[in-house]
Design a protein around this ligand. Structure first.
Ligand SMILES: *Cc1c(COP(=O)(O)O)cnc(C)c1O
Length: 376
């Protein structure tokens, strides 16, 4: 019915109308992640308010701003007063430099890898050097270019050892080091003794150093002022993710309904015929699947829910590459799209069902999902 009407409208109203109509259809065929820039800014302000004055609150925008689009969130954060940004690798630096402008500081956790010199120089990035080898590479290829140091204080993941750092202090001028960074392993567990052990180690390694220091990510900020030093580096907290439970979720994810069908009792839905209707059911098929980052673990037996307006609807059957099926039998007026993420169902809620963390849910969204921005 709707099809024949739009087809006749197209032929009656001519070419331009037809183009517009098809553009509209194309846009509506993909899921949409809506990102509220004002809420990202208010989460940053709330984290900033947790630390003493004199502590600078930076922003970690690696992985394209945790998947929310660094190009858009960086300018919003910049306007709110963020001056320092962190990315994971030098290749991420160009986009952040473009978005942040010439006066921002952009630090690179991965340091100076082989082949990074041009990127680091062209975009004025500050590599956080992680080994004696990186220090040699940096001083060899970009003498005089600013750098920071990342120290391993006990996580055993990234950063130079205490011995390497001590040796380094004999060969470089302290004034040349912009920032000394280390990272905490267990801040999701405030009572874990490793937190205070890493704090003590960081103090010991950096004792007497007149260089700015940074230890805390989101979880470290919440551990209190002892952990804040000169610069804090929240990432997930900007998006209202765990462990910043006082933050506000900033994204909604909507997926369009492609079609609905009525299924009799005993009818099956999806791959493996895993779901069987226990009553006559109406099933909506959504244009989103695991290729868009909707984890397959959210379907099948431990299925989660999506929202039709204010009504919860269970995902039924397995999530496939492009499609997700939902039981909407109890929904009176089905909207054009159903909501997967919102204030009532956050990235951490989905993570709990999928057996992962909110970080992975958020950064995993991609594929055909369109990003749309609100505020800023
Ligand atoms: C990702 C990362 C951060 C940010 O961590 P959140 O938990 O997202 O706040 C800070 N520092 C380092 C070294 C990181 O890798």
């Amino acid at each position: 019915m709707a099809n024949s009407r739009s087809r006749s409208a197209q032929s009656a109203d001519g070419h331009a109308e037809g183009l517009l109509a098809s553009a509209g259809v194309a846009a509506m065929s993909c899921p949409t992640l809506t990102i509220d820039l004002d809420l990202i800014v208010s989460n940053w302000r709330a984290l900033d308010a947790r630390s003493a004055c004199g502590v600078e609150t930076a922003a970690v925008v690696k992985a394209d701003g945790y998947g929310t689009g660094a190009e858009h969130i960086v300018p919003a954060l910049r306007r709110a007063g963020v001056r320092t940004f962190f990315v994971a690798v030098a290749a991420e630096g160009a986009a952040v430099r473009r978005a942040a402008g010439p006066d921002a500081e952009i630090h690179v956790f991965g340091g100076h890898m082989d082949g990074d010199a041009a990127e680091i120089a062209n975009h004025a990035l500050i590599p956080l050097l992680n080994s004696a080898r990186q220090v040699r590479r940096h001083r060899g290829t970009l003498p005089g270019h600013p750098f920071g140091i990342q120290i391993d204080s006990g996580m055993n993941r990234l950063g130079m050892s205490c011995e390497d750092f001590t040796a380094l202090r004999d060969i470089v001028d302290e004034e040349d080091i912009r920032l000394v960074v280390s990272h905490l392993a267990c801040t999701d567990d405030a009572g874990n003794p490793l937190n205070s052990q890493q704090l003590a180690t960081f103090h010991a390694i950096t004792a007497g150093l007149r260089v700015r220091r940074s230890l805390a990510a989101t979880g470290g900020i919440l551990l209190g002022r002892d952990y804040h030093f000169d610069v804090t580096r929240p990432g997930i907290g900007l998006f209202g993710g765990d462990p910043f439970t006082d933050g506000t979720p900033v994204v909604t994810l909507d997926a369009p309904v492609i079609q609905t069908r009525e299924i009799p009792t005993g009818g099956i839905v999806g791959y493996g015929a895993e779901w069987v209707a226990r009553r006559p059911s109406r099933i909506a098929t959504l244009a989103i699947g695991y290729a868009d980052g909707l984890s397959r673990a959210l379907g099948g037996r431990g299925a989660s829910e999506v929202w039709a307006g204010d009504t919860r609807c269970p995902i039924v059957g397995r999530i496939s590459m492009d499609l997700t099926t939902v039981d909407v039998t109890h929904v009176e007026t089905l909207p054009d799209s159903l909501q997967i993420l919102n204030r009532s169902q956050t990235i951490d809620d989905l993570a709990a069902v999928a057996g992962t963390i909110g970080y992975e849910i958020l950064t995993g969204l991609g594929g055909r999902i369109r990003l749309r921005y609100f505020g800023g």
